[in-house]
Design a protein around this ligand. Structure first.
Ligand code: PHE
Length: 370
């Protein structure tokens, strides 16, 4: 019992000197564990006289509590220190400038779609969507494209095997049972889906993928279009022209870009037109703007009343215009990309060269392209 003060000093000094939670645990086991030194002294109490035992027992309990308290206090101090060290090591300097983003870039098709959305968004157009796999009612019939039309021929259109069962609302009388599934050949079926779903007034664009059996330097079997549709009670050809002239000039960033409307034919518009923009071609060099040449960039027209009727919209009351434009085409023109096939080669060198910065979202305020 006489070595108690020495044991106390030894243990408390060891606790103070401990530099980790593991050290503390070793000290705890050596003193208070099953075979620990204080535990051993406690066990000895049984062999003592009752008088001596009471006094010695009380003193041992004090020692035990003292050592336990010292262990707890030191453990808390070490935990605090460890947390401080971790906080210091993991500190983030929020005042550092961001690292330049060099890894990814925006594909020119995505960039061009974003620019188109920014321009038409400013004019009050919403973005509509439809599926890539259509059926022949949406893709052709509802758009007033007759059964014998060349666009429906097997050689131009990717048909999927089999028919969808059943009839659609608005299916034309005499239409064969069932619908043939096709990869949409244009974005115009989104006109139909929009008109069936939402009552006029309507003002939407629908960018997306389209498919035709065609492949050379200027045609890819998968390509992109953007559709436009405006329907209300008083929209006329003047609105169609103003809207598209404004688009062309803003998109190509040429304020006085010549824009020409040339009479044409589409089954779903009446009257119809194709739109050309002014350009110069001299000695292989090509420039958009004033010049002696024209380049066709889109098709448009006043929505054919038959199409409105097919969608359950009263063609005696409503009218509107529609347009469709190839996205690769105008991207190639604006960004000087010579071969359409390179868009879909996924060549990283090409993407690094023609891609756009990820954080520079096009807008009419900050600028369309960086
Ligand atoms: N869908 C037509 C095409 O692919 C383009 C177009 C759309 C023309 C809307 C007029 C109106 O060629």
């Amino acid at each position: 019992m006489d070595d108690r003060p020495a044991l106390r000093d030894e243990l408390l000094t060891a606790v103070q000197a401990a530099s980790s939670v593991d050290d503390l645990e070793r000290i705890r086991i050596s003193a208070l564990g099953k075979k620990g030194r204080i535990t051993a002294l406690m066990k000895n109490l049984g062999q003592m006289d009752p008088e001596v035992r009471r006094e010695a027992g009380a003193a041992l309990n004090v020692l035990k509590d003292e050592v336990a308290a010292a262990l707890d206090a030191r453990k808390a101090a070490l935990a605090d220190a460890e947390l401080d060290a971790r906080l210091a090591a993991e500190r983030v300097d929020v005042t550092l400038p961001p690292r330049p983003e060099t890894e990814g870039s925006i594909h020119p098709i995505s960039q061009t779609i974003d620019e188109i959305v920014a321009i038409f968004g400013e004019m009050g157009f919403a973005v509509a969507e439809g599926p890539d796999i259509e059926d022949d009612w949406y893709n052709f019939t509802a758009l007033n494209i007759p059964p014998e039309h060349p666009a429906r021929q097997e050689m131009d259109t990717f048909y999927l095997p089999g028919h969808l069962p059943g009839h659609l609302p608005g299916h034309l009388p005499g239409e064969r049972d069932g619908r043939r599934m096709v990869l949409r050949t244009h974005t115009s079926p989104v006109q139909i889906r929009t008109m069936l779903k939402t009552p006029p007034p309507l003002r939407v664009i629908a960018p997306g993928r389209t498919y035709r059996c065609d492949s050379d330097a200027t045609h890819s079997p998968m390509f992109h279009q953007v559709e436009g549709l405006v329907v209300d009670e008083s929209t006329h050809m003047g609105h169609l022209k103003g809207c598209l002239i404004e688009f062309c000039r803003t998109f190509f960033a040429v304020d006085d870009l010549p824009v020409r409307f040339r009479a044409s034919y589409f089954p779903f518009t009446e009257p119809s037109a194709e739109v050309d923009i002014g350009c110069t071609r001299k000695d292989g060099a090509f420039r958009i703007g004033h010049g002696d040449d024209w380049l066709e960039i889109l098709g448009c027209g006043m929505v054919n009343p038959k199409v409105l009727d097919n969608c359950g919209i009263d063609s005696g009351r409503y009218q509107g215009f529609a347009f469709g434009m190839g996205i690769e085409r105008i991207a190639m023109l604006k960004y000087g990309i010579p071969d359409l096939r390179t868009f879909f080669d996924s060549d990283l060198r090409w993407l690094r060269h023609y891609g756009f910065r990820a954080l520079a979202v096009p807008s009419l305020v900050t600028g369309l392209a960086p």
